[in-house]
Write a protein that binds this ligand. Structure first.
Ligand SMILES: [Zn+2]
Length: 411
């Protein structure tokens, strides 16, 4: 751990589909720093986003470095190869220093029987205070051991290319249907330690629905119990399995899980634990709001984006089908949206659930609709640059007021 890269107790994963808002995003972190809370910004972009937008991982590094330089940011920052696996990791290796090893697809694939037997043998006393029976350990190993072996394979690929101490490792299991219980998390962490993967963050699938760009659907009290139990499992794993001392939970939020932010804030304040919170596509939505607010041609472009997204809803939603819940009957007709004022558009899209005009269906559609803007190419990017003031204001305000403050500045 001595030469390990700093991640810090609190870190915040920020997505930026079009790599234009690094400065506006980092500004939110400087505002937190001014209030005495250090948050490590982590720019994340998944392979899926790169494929859809047609960008290279190096562009995220360039964006992060430029923002850090421009604002004179002196503490740590990271560039996350988000949700990579053995087939996609290679082009991320040079520009990234944070790797989210996504092994969710390997969950449920059986490891070799001998490996499972050896694991159960080795961890016969795993439960201890957790009351895990040998049968439960065996069942969890049957479900997760192969996936964690896969994490080991991806980790070693990155390690051999980059060398020790040059990157941060996250193991992610979140993109799957069934949540992992804290018991299962303990077994998973034992397997991660066996694989000698020095995980700094672990992203389980939590209970409840984490749809893209809209709030948590589930029981926040149940989430809070599970989150606290997960923190306890991690503390146990750090103490007993030799995993890095700063290992912490990573919440892949799909953005904007405001209903569980108080639970996260309470848990970290009570336990002293750290947390990494990953958001993804909401910065792109703030770009649209900023365009709408700029009015004129910019508003017209935001309306055009909606009309195109509406026309191609099926195709845009397909890659995200399991993480969106759109009621198409609640989507306004483009002819209606085309007559909206800037305020109508911003109110429908901005994630303010107390606003009667807020429309979560429209928001989810636009959240996954970034391909439309990507196809507009320079026309979209130039308009965003032209409207920098209103766009940047919305990007920064969203991060500091709706995310960073409730998570980290309330205690
Ligand atoms: Zn994720």
């Amino acid at each position: 751990m001595d030469n390990a890269l700093i991640l810090g107790r609190f870190s915040f994963g920020m997505g930026d589909r079009f790599a234009q808002q690094g400065l506006a995003q980092l500004r939110a972190c400087t505002m937190a720093a001014a209030q005495g809370v250090t948050i490590t910004p982590v720019w994340n972009k998944s392979n899926r986003e790169h494929m859809i937008v047609g960008t290279e991982p190096a562009s995220v590094r360039a964006e992060a470095d430029a923002a850090v330089e421009a604002l004179g940011w002196r503490t740590a920052y990271r560039v996350d190869a988000d949700h990579i696996n053995l087939t996609t990791v290679d082009r991320f290796i040079a520009p990234s220093d944070f790797f989210t090893l996504d092994v969710a697809d390997a969950i449920g694939k059986p490891a070799e029987q001998a490996a499972i037997d050896a694991f159960v043998q080795r961890h016969a006393d795993l439960g201890g205070a957790f009351g895990l029976t040998r049968e439960k350990v065996r069942a969890a190993a049957g479900k997760y051991l192969f996936a964690i072996e896969e994490a080991g394979r991806i980790y070693r690929r990155v390690l051999s290319a980059k060398g020790e101490g040059s990157f941060i490792t996250e193991v992610s299991l979140d993109e799957t249907d069934l949540p992992q219980t804290p018991d299962e998390l303990l077994v998973i962490l034992a397997a991660i330690a066996d694989q000698q993967v020095p995980a700094r963050t672990i992203a389980p699938k939590f209970t409840g629905r984490f749809n893209k760009g809209v709030d948590y659907v589930g029981d926040p009290a149940q989430f809070e119990r599970e989150f606290n139990d997960d923190i306890a499992a991690i503390a146990h794993a750090v103490a007993h399995f030799g995993l890095p001392g700063d290992l912490k939970l990573s919440v892949h939020s799909g953005s904007d899980k405001f209903a569980i932010y108080p639970a996260i804030a309470r848990a970290v304040a009570r336990t002293g634990a750290g947390v990494h919170v990953k958001t993804a596509g909401t910065t792109w939505l703030e770009e649209l709001i900023g365009l709408a607010e700029a009015g004129g041609d910019a508003l017209a472009l935001a309306q055009e984006v909606y009309a195109e997204a509406f026309a191609h809803a099926d195709e845009l939603c397909a890659p995200y089908a399991s993480v969106i819940d759109i009621d198409v009957t609640r989507l306004p007709a483009p002819s209606l949206v085309n007559n909206w004022t800037a305020e109508n558009y911003a109110n429908a899209l901005r994630h303010d659930q107390s606003c009667p005009e807020f429309n979560p269906h429209l928001r989810q559609l636009l959240h996954v609709g970034y391909k439309v803007a990507s196809k507009m190419g320079a026309r979209y990017l130039n308009m965003v640059r032209e409207c920098e003031e209103s766009v940047a204001r919305n990007v920064t305000t969203n991060l500091i007021d709706r995310h960073i403050r409730p998570l980290w500045l309330t205690a």
